[in-house]
Design a protein around this ligand. Structure first.
Ligand SMILES: C[S@@+](CC[C@H](N)C(=O)[O-])C[C@H]1O[C@@H](n2cnc3c(N)ncnc32)[C@H](O)[C@@H]1O
Length: 248
């Protein structure tokens, strides 16, 4: 099958999912709409990864597969020699009835995708120990602060210098606080335009608070930064101007 037919198949599965929803959803009403990455953000994620010419992507959190399909579309469009998509989710079978994986198979993306059915703290540690290197990562797994922090900790080693890490749900205090540590202390650079046209949420779901883009794209520095513990600043209170100046 040529690239155009492969892309048409992926886009067809994405379109049907966005319009009709998945064949199966979890119990709570509108679980798909609540959990999955909206189509507009999926398109922006796809376009960003295409612009980066990614060949290898790690994703945390498969659920209904909207973001995974968008990443698969990006990898297929780039058409590198060895495209690889590693997806980590311990609950895909137990909690999501394999619905995301079945969609990836319908789109023909199982040929380039590997599902690791373990918690990200275990799977990412194994990837580090295997010396695995990725061009980019998309993080939408557990939203507990310490688990997001651990995801970012391992991805700091897995994603190559100059590579990209995209986070979903940057409006939640837990995700936001974890990300800000790496921005303030390890020199991760925000790409503010990447998701400016995406969906927005008010901080902490407080209707009186500022609305911010749901997703946040961060570029790792070309020279990895390992600051001394003595340089640590209480970043959750620090203004942008007090960030550590990082040099290679
Ligand atoms: C918000 S959903 C992901 C939505 C997905 N991006 C989509 O577009 O449908 C969060 C996912 O993270 C998974 N998850 C929860 N804890 C996890 C962990 N410790 N490691 C990896 N995945 C986890 C859940 O099973 C769920 O599938």
């Amino acid at each position: 099958m040529g690239i155009n037919e492969r892309l048409a198949r992926i886009r067809g599965v994405r379109r049907d999912l966005a319009i009709d929803g998945p064949a199966w959803t979890r119990e709570p009403d509108r679980d798909f709409e609540t959990v999955t990455l909206p189509e507009r953000d999926c398109d922006l994620l796809r376009d960003l990864l295409i612009a980066e010419r990614v060949e290898t992507v790690v994703e945390v959190g498969l659920a209904y597969g909207s973001s995974a399909l968008a990443i698969g579309e990006a990898l297929t469009t780039v058409d590198a020699s060895h495209p690889r998509h590693i997806v980590i989710d311990p609950f895909q079978h137990r909690a999501f009835n394999n619905v995301g994986w079945d969609l990836l198979r319908s789109a023909g993306l199982d040929a380039i995708t590997t599902l690791l059915p373990q918690p990200s703290s275990i799977a990412l540690a194994r990837l580090v120990s295997d010396g695995f290197v990725a061009d980019a990562a998309f993080v939408d797994g557990s939203h507990r602060y310490h688990e997001v922090f651990v995801d970012l900790y391992f991805l700091h080693t897995i994603v190559r210098p100059g590579g990209l890490i995209v986070l979903d749900d940057d409006w939640t205090p837990s995700v936001r606080t974890a990300a800000r540590y790496f921005e303030h202390h390890l020199g991760w650079i925000v790409l503010p335009e990447a998701f400016a046209a995406g969906t927005h949420w008010t901080l902490g779901r407080d209707p009186t608070a500022e609305a911010v883009p749901r997703c946040r794209a961060l570029r790792l520095p070309d020279c990895p930064v390992e600051p001394s513990f003595e340089e640590f600043q209480p970043f959750w209170m620090a203004a942008a101007s007090t960030r550590n100046p990082h040099r290679c």
